[in-house]
Design a protein around this ligand. Structure first.
Ligand code: 5GP
Ligand code: MN
Ligand code: MN
Length: 398
């Protein structure tokens, strides 16, 4: 379905790919559209829902300015997926239980990190000089972060919340590994630090905003170049983090499953990030907050929930969405609401056939707390083509 709704504003319009949108999200989108440096229109993807400052599922193209809170606190959060030369015949429940335990041992989740980053030294090395340079210029950057070396021990770690690692089967019974994570504590420290600087910048220049979380840096202003450098550092770190975990998971799988190879280029895509791109006749900054790039031929990943299908997609390069698409199903209700409404028994029912935690601690991640992924996919037929439909058999939550 093409664009479902258009909101008009004095500056640029908002184009929305769903009818399922609440008033709060509409107000947020209108606030963004009112900023004078927004280019052409604001695009809201089919999984749009309320965020901080900027709506999750929004694409914001800007002239000579970036809103750090729109990029978000998990800079470079995204997904990686790879197909293996194994089929459903190579896996059985007993093996998959071993795989679940192995992943749990090899990849730290929640607040945990690697005790020792010797295994990941190659992954960590390229990032050290960049971070050193940044923290020399901004000694306050790590003030709430703790020991400098922590960023290195967090490489190859999942983090909490709805970050996850899955083993899936596709429509042809082929095995895939897929995972969701971002730039961990260091990305959060960088984001929080610069969001605060942007707020101070607004106050200093007496700029009135419709929402304080839309504080921005103007190109040429004191911190703009450092923010761009920091955000690129964190985005690259997030991508390397996903690759490092994928490598750990594949090594773990190799211990319990028949010999295999990886039969696709790993698809590794951010869904919270900013990039320099060309749209509607101008070079602009494009912020995708809970959206993936879906340029003509681009491969992407749209996950559903811990009990629903996920999709490997190919972008159609629709200029109206700034070559973007949805990044998931999107939440239907808050974590608190989900915990009140659902029980452990509901979780067990909704994740039947999936080897995963089914205890109280993950009830807030129950599939029923997310929107219907198939509706999202139907709403974005003009944005992406479905290449593969994945259903998890193992899910390790953060
Ligand atoms: P976000 O990056 O905005 O936090 O969420 C990404 C998307 O991942 C959610 O909108 C949801 O659709 C999806 N998701 C959340 N948990 C899981 C999970 O355990 N497995 C899969 N396959 N998808 C999930
Ligand atoms: Mn994240
Ligand atoms: Mn994410």
């Amino acid at each position: 379905m093409p664009i479902r709704q258009e909101l008009h504003s004095p500056n640029v319009p908002v184009r929305i790919w769903t009818d399922d949108i609440d008033e709060g999200s509409k107000a947020q989108l209108a606030n963004i559209a009112s900023l004078p440096f927004v280019h052409h229109h604001v695009a809201a993807m089919p999984d749009v829902h309320l965020g901080i400052g900027a709506t999750i599922g929004s694409v914001i193209a800007t002239h000579q300015a970036i809103i750090p809170a729109a990029v978000g606190v998990d800079i470079g959060c995204g997904m990686v997926a790879a197909r293996l030369s194994l089929t459903a015949n190579d896996i059985d429940e007993k093996r998959l239980r071993k795989v679940f335990d192995q992943i749990t041992r090899d990849v730290p989740v929640g607040r945990a990190q690697h005790d020792d980053n010797r295994v990941l030294v190659e992954a960590v090395r390229p990032f050290e000089p960049g971070l050193k340079a940044l923290t020399e210029r901004h000694p306050q950057l790590l003030k709430t972060f703790g020991k400098f070396s922590r960023w290195a021990n967090q490489m190859g770690t999942l983090g909490g919340g709805n970050h996850f690692i899955e083993v899936c089967l596709d429509e042809a019974n082929q095995v895939w590994v897929m995972l969701h994570s971002g730039s961990r504590g260091i990305g959060n420290a960088i984001a929080s630090y610069f969001i605060e600087l942007a707020r101070k910048d607004m106050a200093r220049h007496m700029i009135q905003l419709p929402d304080r979380d839309l504080a921005y840096f103007r190109e040429g202003s004191e911190y703009f170049a450092d923010y761009v450098e920091a955000v690129h550092w964190a985005q690259a770190y997030a991508m390397a983090n996903r690759q490092a975990m994928l490598d750990l998971v594949l090594a773990g799988l190799a211990r319990h499953l028949p010999a295999f190879s990886v039969t696709t280029e790993a698809v590794n895509c951010h869904h919270n990030y900013v990039a320099r791109e060309h749209h509607f006749g101008a070079d602009v900054w494009v912020t995708r907050k809970g959206a993936i790039r879906a340029g003509q031929g681009d491969l992407g990943i749209v996950p559903g929930s811990m009990g629903a299908c996920s999709y490997i997609v190919r972008g159609k390069g629709n200029p109206e969405s700034f070559c973007s698409s949805a990044h998931g199903a999107g939440r239907r209700m808050s974590r608190t609401a989900a915990t009140k409404r659902f029980t452990e028994a509901d979780l067990a029912r909704q994740t039947e056939g999936v080897i995963c935690r089914k205890d109280k601690g993950v009830v807030d991640e129950i599939p029923g707390a997310y929107k219907d992924i198939d509706e999202v996919m139907a709403n974005q037929r003009d944005l992406t083509e479905i290449l593969h439909t994945l259903k998890q058999v193992v899910c390790v939550k953060g």
